[in-house]
Design a protein around this ligand. Structure first.
Ligand SMILES: C[S@@+](CC[C@H](N)C(=O)[O-])C[C@H]1O[C@@H](n2cnc3c(N)ncnc32)[C@H](O)[C@@H]1O
Length: 248
């Protein structure tokens, strides 16, 4: 789907987004995000970028782990989603520097080799050019840093898959569109986009094409979602260290 349609679709459902995530995933979404943070090997003091952050749930899960020495930047191109994330930071002071920023994942406004972890939760599927999005994530990751992707995938077990698809393609769109009052069929778009998205092995291959190494993936909840983690190669030229954040 074209970027401006994606932006409109998410701006229309922003206020109901967190509630529907919890309801439609039977609250598994929060556990998936915590498992993603764990898989990223993030540490106290890490510099984290969470792209396509939406209402910031994954960004805030990172913020809870990195203490006052590190920071989290949470970026998205949908202003209405970012506002909700920012309100959460205002409500709960974490001590970690957490900033929300309007930015397109296809042209990130950061210098090369900046972040220890560059992460995305349920967002890369919506980016209009998958490979360019992952390349941008890899570009801004520091050498030795991690690119982490949490995404819906297709369950492997055929019996479970047919039961799940009934829920995913019939019940979820009905409930989601009804509660969010989506006029764009946002919750019908969800299963359609997941079915078109590369499977775990194919996504691993795209990450490798984008220059990432040691790409591992972990299926969660019968393969409904998966977490992919790739490493950016170390390079000698980066040994001068961290010099700044922003691309001119
Ligand atoms: C399904 S939401 C995911 C939100 C959040 N990461 C989570 O874990 O729930 C997808 C988000 O990706 C954002 N998005 C899609 N394409 C984008 C792009 N090219 N640049 C920035 N944000 C984008 C949308 O605005 C939306 O907020």
């Amino acid at each position: 789907m074209h970027s401006h349609r994606i932006k409109n679709l998410f701006s229309a459902i922003a206020r109901h987004y967190d509630l529907l995530n919890a309801l439609l995933s039977l609250k598994r979404d929060s556990a998936w995000r915590h498992e993603t943070v764990k898989a990223s090997s993030v540490e106290l003091g890490s510099k984290v970028l969470d792209v396509c952050t939406g209402t910031g749930e994954l960004a805030l899960a990172y913020a809870d782990k990195i203490g006052t020495e590190g920071f989290v930047i949470a970026s998205d191109f949908c202003f209405e989603m970012l506002v909700i994330g920012d309100e959460k930071v205002e409500r709960k002071e974490r001590g970690t520097d957490t900033s929300f920023l309007a930015a397109d994942t296809l042209i990130l406004p950061f210098l090369d080799d900046t972040f220890d972890v560059v992460s995305v939760g349920f967002g890369i599927r919506n980016v209009s050019d998958l490979e360019t999005g992952i390349r941008e994530m890899a570009r801004v990751a520091a050498p030795g840093g991690r690119v982490v992707i949490l995404e819906f995938t297709q369950p492997v077990n055929p019996l479970f898959r047919s039961l799940y698809y009934f829920y995913f393609t019939k019940i979820l769109p009905f409930v989601g569109n009804f509660i969010s009052r989506s006029k764009d069929d946002a919750y019908g778009y969800l299963p359609r986009s997941v079915m078109k998205f590369p499977n775990c092995d194919a996504l691993k291959a795209v990450m490798e094409q984008c220059g990432l190494t040691d790409v591992q993936f972990h299926r969660k909840t019968f393969g409904i979602v998966s977490i992919h983690v790739g490493k950016k190669l170390d390079k000698a030229s980066s040994e001068s260290g961290y010099t700044g954040l922003w691309k001119q």
